[in-house]
Ligand binder design. Structure first.
Ligand SMILES: [Zn+2]
Length: 468
């Protein structure tokens, strides 16, 4: 209710829109002020980066190639290995420098086949997805009566009724931060009271019978019980049956299991700095995804638009003073091992990181950046962002960061940024089979690439280090 489903907009329409707006997009009038005379030197390169990004659908085509030919890319899957090989080869083809992989050991969770059926009072097969990192059920499945709750407090109040039951968390989606706790913490909280399995209403706005997966986090003080998300429509059906006073019984079958860690890698490419190559501006997205959909918005798009920053510089022969480095992280979704490995492998070099940016909120219409750092650095980033007024990406909001850059940022107090975009569509397709490239507009994506490119280039080229 109140949520508009995303309609896959036809490519011809998108291209038409792009042709109309490209003429007007790179306008540079009304930007900045005389307070920032240094900024004038960057108006021309910024306009060229924006113009080059918007002159083609290269980024969208690259993302569609990744998602159509390789598809989703869960840690430990052959698909992620192929994506890593593909990214290395493509970065070399772009002419990026120092292209290589950095080894990371990652967990390998395997979903297997799975199902969730209502067996009483009427048979009904639900649309479900096991939660990432969940254990499986015995081969015959788990069959038990459902206990429906809407909050943790309600679970606690009904603790004596949870034993032997499938606890169903039916919390309406308000926002991700508020409701994701039922997915993450719900299974262990129910297991503490003797529950045998958990179902959660999918963490996302109501879609079109679409289940949302995502990781759970088991605690050590309770047995590990299997857990799955069901679509909003199936959640509503369970609720209606409960409300009618029926005894509701479900059968959950899941083959999910965790295999030993396997080798994976972060992918790295650079434009080496012309004066201070040891100082680094890092831009990034995560190449792994959940094992459903195509990992287009989460986070193939973030990988491609940050990588584009370097490709555009190379194409335009723009070499900044400092090094610009793109990192495509492994294992963001169920472990964060890529970000941790980078912190450990680059520990000595972290103080030389001028700025770290992660794009993991989708590549929809860009608004600007989130930024965390000193006030002085923020004023500089704001001035740089003013160069993006023509494409509507000139906001600098409080709080920038990302799951993968987080460990390095925390360790070395590095200024950090996120790409901020129109977030209205993100959680509708987040971790679902509907995370596919058709939800992404080539022009909006090109603008995202332009925004990252301008911020990365100018920050890497500033006469003095950002914030100094
Ligand atoms: Zn993500």
């Amino acid at each position: 209710m109140g949520q508009r489903p995303i309609v896959a907009i036809g490519l011809p329409f998108l291209l038409f829109g792009w042709l109309i707006s490209v003429g007007a997009a790179p306008r540079q009038d009304g930007l900045g002020s005389s307070d920032h005379a240094w900024l004038d030197a960057y108006r021309d390169p910024a306009a060229r980066l924006i113009g080059e990004a918007l002159a083609s659908t290269f980024a969208w085509e690259r993302l569609s190639t990744l998602t159509d030919t390789i598809g989703n890319r869960l840690s430990g899957s052959p698909a992620l290995d192929r994506a890593i090989e593909w990214a290395v080869a493509e970065m070399k083809r772009d002419g990026l420098e120092n292209v290589h992989t950095e080894r990371v050991m990652v967990p390998k969770w395997v979903r297997g086949t799975e199902s969730a059926d209502i067996v009483e009072p009427f048979h009904h097969s639900m649309v479900m997805l096991g939660l990432g990192d969940s254990v499986g059920t015995p081969a015959a499945g788990i069959q038990a009566e459902v206990l429906t709750v809407h909050t943790f407090e309600e679970l606690d109040a009904n603790a004596s009724r949870a034993r032997g039951r499938v606890v169903f968390f039916n919390a309406p989606f308000t926002n991700y931060g508020e409701t994701v706790r039922f997915r993450a913490a719900g299974p262990s909280r129910a297991a503490r009271y003797g529950a045998v399995a958990v179902l959660v209403r999918s963490i996302g706005p109501d879609g079109l019978r679409t289940p949302h997966t995502g990781a759970l986090t088991y605690t050590n003080d309770a047995p590990k019980i299997p857990a799955a998300a069901v679509s909003a429509e199936d959640a509503d059906r369970l609720q209606r049956m409960t409300d009618r006073g029926a005894r509701v019984v479900v059968r959950l079958k899941m083959e999910a299991h965790l295999d030993p860690d396997v080798e994976s890698a972060n992918v790295v490419g650079e434009i080496r700095g012309r004066e201070r190559p040891d100082e680094v501006v890092l831009v990034s997205g995560h190449l792994d995804s959940w094992d459903v959909g195509a990992g287009a918005t989460d986070d193939g798009g973030g990988c491609v638009v940050t990588w584009e920053a370097l490709r555009l510089m190379k194409k335009l022969n723009l070499r900044p003073r400092r090094t610009v480095r793109v990192v495509l992280w492994t294992n963001e979704e169920n472990g964060g091992r890529g970000g941790l490995a980078y912190r450990d492998q680059h520990r000595a070099e972290l103080p030389k990181h001028v700025l770290m940016l992660e794009s993991d909120g989708g590549v929809f219409r860009p608004l600007g950046f989130g930024f965390s750092g000193s006030e002085r650095a923020r004023q500089t980033v704001k001035a740089v962002a003013s160069l993006l007024g023509g494409i509507g990406a000139d906001q600098v909001n409080v709080g920038g960061g990302g799951a993968d850059i987080g460990p390095s940022v925390a360790e070395a107090h590095i200024p950090s940024a996120s790409l901020d975009v129109d977030g209205s569509k993100y959680f509708l397709i987040h971790h679902t089979p509907a995370d596919t490239v058709d939800k992404i507009d080539p022009l909006e994506m090109a603008k995202c690439a332009a925004a990252v490119a301008v911020l990365a280039y100018v920050t890497a080229d500033l006469p003095g280090r950002l914030g100094e």
